[in-house]
Write a protein that binds this ligand. Sequence first.
Ligand code: ACO
Length: 331
Amino acid sequence: MKLMEQIWNLARSNKKKIVLAEGEEERTLKACEKIISNKIADIVLVGDENIIREKASKLGVNLNGAEIENPQTSAKLSTYANEFYELRKKKGITPEKADKIVRDPIYFATMMVKLGDVDGLVSGAVHTTGDLLRPGLQIVKTAPGVSVVSSTFLMEVPNCDYGDKGVLLFADCAVNPLPDENQLASIAISTAETAKKLCGIDPKVAMLSFSTKGSAKHDLVDKVVNATKIAQKARPDLKIDGELQLDASIVESVASLKAPGSDVAGKANVLVFPDLQAGNIGYKLVQRFAKAQAIGPISQGFAKPINDLSRGCSFDDIVNVVAVTAVQAQG
Ligand code: ACO
């Protein structure tokens, strides 16, 4: 929890405005009250004001300070529809379709982010990952110089010396099913940047494989080797090494045998998995067996921050993801 306290304090130091697209949802309303009372961010709730106020009153939730935008009646609707039409007309969107699409709460909230009416978006307590990310990918797109939107989990492992005193970042565990070598390199660089920004740690990035420094030969290993070279060439200022097995990445004694001389092996605090199956299984193993706190998935690489929630999230999870999004929005 120390890590989250640090992120809350960072969010408070330069307060941002975050939109919650599922404004009629109960955990979202409880989270809204906690975010505002703890001065983590300013909040816009998307939804029908009558429904929101009625639910809040039943829950005993105080929404003082929150703004509410109804995508069906908002004064911003025509601006958002026009802008969405301009952005997507080459993809077959007509003005009529644009007007219908931006009334969807997630598209509406994504347009708020795109046009700078808010600094970031959090949603996904009800919607799937795809429902949330697709509008972001279509409208907000990637930050300059970033080829792919990806995700990371901040893992805080209790009683653990690996990584940065038990803090490690795992990527990509939620977005790209089968990244190619260029995408894998981009994921490594984005995750290193996230490690610096959110955790204040000096990133040491291990490109994970079932091989360490040529111990096995396979096309899958070649992909990781090539991704490592691409990332190292693009960002010589970062410590990135591979291909490395997990033990060689985090255990000094194994690293000294299998990857001597590496500035990452044995000390890695950022673990880049070769694909989504490995990443998703890997973070859940550590979360369950090591009882680690897994904060995320945190999206990275968007031009402006958009973050997904798990549908099983608690209202405290929403508060934490909003704090992360607010820090990402600080630029
Ligand atoms: N980065 C940047 N742009 C992208 C990316 C990406 N990773 N993926 C797609 N795009 C772009 C496309 O180029 C396209 O742009 P365009 O319309 O302007 O041409 C747009 O986004 C939409 O692309 P689609 O191919 O239609 O999007 P898709 O249907 O593939 O959805 C998504 C993308 C939702 C991220 C998909 O890859 C996905 O479902 N990933 C897995 C999510 C998941 O199920 N995760 C596991 C659960 S999460 C958990 O357990 C914590």
